[in-house]
Design a protein around this ligand. Structure first.
Ligand SMILES: O=c1ccn([C@@H]2O[C@H](COP(=O)(O)OP(=O)(O)O[C@H]3O[C@H](CO)[C@@H](O)[C@H](O)[C@H]3O)[C@@H](O)[C@H]2O)c(=O)[nH]1
Ligand SMILES: [Mn+2]
Length: 765
């Protein structure tokens, strides 16, 4: 699979894709699979012997689903590959003048949930990357239409004129100042005097910037309403005209000036749906199409700063390193997080997806993860790999239908689709194109065009990234991912439990929604060019919501059985019990072994295991319910932005940590945790019930009788209590660390109903 570029002087490849030996993992996966299959066979064979049909049948259904999922995961993870890129070889091979231009998009939606200083650090890190600046334009999309964000960007751009040359002169490794001044807090003695002086100066300047933004944030209107800021007075974030400001312009096209810096707040109007982030991305695509029209676009979330200054060079290694026939549509860098909570207490730092990602990378290519991704503009404009064989370019009429009425946009799109853009250097300055840009950013522009359906970021799912990515793969494109050292981008993982739940719910919901669009993986394999195994990979993501229903059912079975005195597991003196034990032990070991290979702690393994269950039954279930209620037109799904937290140097955000690093869960009134508390309560009730029965039995005379009592079910029940132990603590804690009493009451009522249901159904037998 490795692509090697032949060159007389430098015979070394720019990128190497290596297939790893995966036999041990495969063997374990197959052992688990065969155990799961024997378990299903056992269920069928012993069906008639059961005096209670319901738990046995439900268990069979759930286990069939788990087996199906396991098969999907085996397909996804079967081959494992990684790509390594070599930027030091790139500069010897490709001259800088051949590098393609890149339009960089940063999206932000709310200066409170996404503190401006975080967004500004992302901007600074991107302005300072190692790449010819005359080939870069940075667009900041502000869905909050906030004068504070605009003001911050203006001030940040001024600071960037000091920061960027400083970084380049001293080859600074981390170019987001809040991280730089945090990690290497003071220059070393053996650093040059000049460096020490400059370092102090820049640190002071950054401190000033920080203060300015902070002070402005505390005022009702951040700056005087004159001049540039006047347009913001009286605007409402969901009803306002387009605001586009060119803050800095690389007029001479010199490689040492700053890149273009452009602020965009697209028009919002209650009459038109704005489609959240996907809508913002489409405006960015159009505005940049009119202004700079780079053949590549990089998009990052506002919190994802560039952690590796060579990230663009790594991307170019893939752009130039893969062959044309490889048809690579997008180049993704992994989502990684800084200052993540220790041992991933909420199970939201995605480390466990490592082998899934490397598995998909070996099929049609990694999924588009919404941030940290370089897209080819022509792909976003709807082209397919074999289009280039067709020499005919779209007629003006077609262009009109697809891209809309803007002449400037249609012309630029035609240049991109016919790939005649690169040589066309007669570039107009962005500031001369503001009027045209404002027109394509209007809230009604997309009406009657293909934006959001055929071109651009697609509408119809809260995970616009997966939806857009599957459509690209469905056209037959492939994709690539590489993870340089140091990591390319770092962002914020939600640092409180409620925000983690909100994010996980949005993901399960968005992924599930995809199945009800025309981008369903099955449809795309049959009608389009999505590879079969790639479709299975997408299915394994999209069905996450459904998994939660089965998981919830499976988690109620032990309690049901204990209370009704029935069984869903074989008794522990039966041979078949070994199958269940086998699945449990080997599956746990398999996960543990994955964690060991990733070098994560034992505690993190445990957190991933239990939070996997907990997240599925809480956020996952609500993702499922949201889609269901959307399908029956009760409600519409929304994109709830997750809170990003800015930790200042003095660590004043540490009040959720006791003992230094153990994180305490906090709770709000969200209904999402109700099912979790119910599971906890019914298992507690069941255990009390089971224990009292155990104590009543004279087990000294008849220990076999004790075995009959269903120790397997009790064992499972204890397992669920352990998984939900944080909720258990939450029941007894106060304030934000405690589960609100209204939630406890609701859950208690549901748990009581469940116990009544058990009592009723046990009377039936
Ligand atoms: O109406 C909106 C809503 C969100 N955003 C931006 O979208 C980005 C992602 O939002 P965030 O709340 O951070 O969501 P996450 O769950 O952390 O994001 C992941 O999941 C999203 C899909 O659910 C993807 O879009 C993201 O790229 C991916 O990082 C942020 O930059 C937001 O500013 C907008 O621009 N407009
Ligand atoms: Mn995010």
């Amino acid at each position: 699979m490795a692509t090697k570029i032949q060159d007389s002087t430098y015979n070394l490849p720019l990128q190497e894709t290596i297939l790893h030996n995966n036999n041990k993992a495969r063997a374990l996966e197959l052992v688990v699979l065969s155990l799961l299959v024997s378990l299903l066979v056992y269920r069928v064979a012993y069906f008639k012997d059961q005096d209670q049909f319901l738990p046995w049948f439900l268990a069979f259904l759930c286990e069939s689903w788990f087996t199906f999922n396991w098969i999907l995961s085996i397909f996804v993870k079967w081959n494992q590959c990684t790509t390594t890129t070599y930027p030091e070889r790139l500069l010897k091979r490709v001259s800088e003048s051949e590098f393609p231009a890149v339009d960089v998009f940063v999206t932000t939606a709310d200066p409170i949930l996404e503190p401006c200083i975080i967004t500004m650090n992302t901007v600074l890190s991107l302005l300072a990357v190692d790449y010819p600046t005359d080939k870069l334009a940075l667009y900041l999309s502000d869905d909050g239409c906030s004068p504070l964000t605009f003001y911050s960007l203006v001030e940040t751009t001024k600071f960037a004129r000091l920061w960027v040359p400083f970084c380049k002169k001293y080859n600074v490794q981390v170019r987001a100042p809040f991280r730089y001044f945090n990690s290497t807090s003071t220059p070393l003695d053996n650093d040059s005097f000049e460096f020490q002086q400059e370092w102090k100066k820049i640190k002071k300047e950054y401190g000033d910037l920080y203060k300015k933004i902070e002070v402005a944030g505390q005022r009702p209107f951040p700056c005087d309403r004159e001049s540039d800021f006047g347009v913001f007075s009286g605007v409402h974030r969901s009803n306002h005209p387009t605001i586009i400001k060119v803050i800095s312009e690389n007029k001479e096209g010199t490689p040492n000036d700053l890149p273009h810096v452009i602020y965009i707040s697209r028009e919002k109007s209650p009459k038109h749906h704005h489609h959240y982030k996907a809508g913002a991305m489409n405006v960015l695509a159009r505005v940049s199409g009119v202004m700079t029209n780079a053949p590549l676009m990089l998009n990052v979330d506002c919190d994802m700063y560039a952690n590796n200054p060579q990230v663009f060079l790594h991307a170019m290694c893939m752009v130039f390193g893969f062959k044309n026939e490889d048809n690579i549509a997008f180049f993704q860098f992994p989502q990684a997080f800084y200052d993540g909570l220790k041992d991933d207490p909420f199970g939201n730092q995605l480390a466990h997806l490592y082998y899934v990602i490397n598995g998909i990378a070996s099929i049609q290519g990694t999924v588009y993860a919404g941030s940290n991704c370089f897209h080819r503009r022509k792909v976003i404009y709807g082209s397919s790999p074999n289009d280039r064989l067709k020499s005919d370019i779209m007629s003006n009429e077609d262009l009109h239908k697809v891209f809309g009425k803007s002449v400037e946009l249609r012309e630029s799109a035609a240049r991109i689709l016919s790939e005649s853009n690169s040589k066309n250097e007669n570039r107009n300055r962005p500031s001369n194109l503001i009027d045209a840009a404002v027109r394509v950013a209007s809230s009604s522009y997309e009406y009657g065009t293909s934006w959001g359906t055929q071109v651009g970021w697609l509408y119809g799912s809260a995970t616009e990234d997966l939806l857009t990515g599957i459509d690209i793969h469905g056209r037959g494109w492939r994709s690539a991912i590489t993870s340089p050292d140091p990591l390319a981008f770092l962002g914020c993982a939600p640092s409180t439990y409620p925000s983690s739940l909100t994010q996980q719910k949005r993901w399960t919901m968005g992924l599930f929604e995809i199945l009800f669009t025309d981008k369903n993986p099955l449809l795309l394999t049959i009608k389009g060019n999505l590879w079969f195994r790639q479709a299975l990979a997408y299915f394994s993501f999209c069905l996450w919501a459904v998994y939660s229903v089965f998981e919830l059912c499976y988690a109620s079975l032990p309690a049901y059985c204990i209370i009704t005195g029935s069984h869903f597991l074989p008794k522990i003196n039966e041979r078949a019990f070994l199958i269940f034990m086998g699945v449990f032990v080997i599956y746990s070991f398999y996960n543990f072994w994955e964690c060991i290979r990733l070098g994560v702690s034992l505690r993190m393994w445990w957190n991933l295991q239990r939070m996997g269950r907990v997240n599925s039954m809480t956020a996952g279930l609500f993702g499922f319910l949201s889609v269901m209620s959307k399908l029956i037109c009760l409600s519409n799904t929304v994109f709830e932005v997750t809170q990003k937290e800015h930790k200042s140097n003095d660590g004043d955000n540490d009040d959720d940590n006791d003992n230094g690093n153990v994180v305490r869960f906090t709770y709000d009134k969200s209904p999402m945790i109700v099912p979790g508390v119910v599971i906890l309560l019914i298992n507690m009730a069941a255990l009390v019930n089971g224990m009292s029965r155990l104590l009543k039995t004279g087990y000294s005379e008849n220990w076999l009788g004790v075995l009959e009592l269903g120790l397997g079910e009790m064992f499972c029940s204890v397992g669920w209590l352990l998984c939900f132990s944080e909720f258990l603590k939450g029941l007894f804690r106060n304030g934000k660390y405690g589960i609100p009493s209204s939630t406890i009451w609701k859950s208690g009522a549901l748990a009581w109903l469940f116990v009544q249901f058990c009592r009723r159904s046990s009377q039936l037998y």
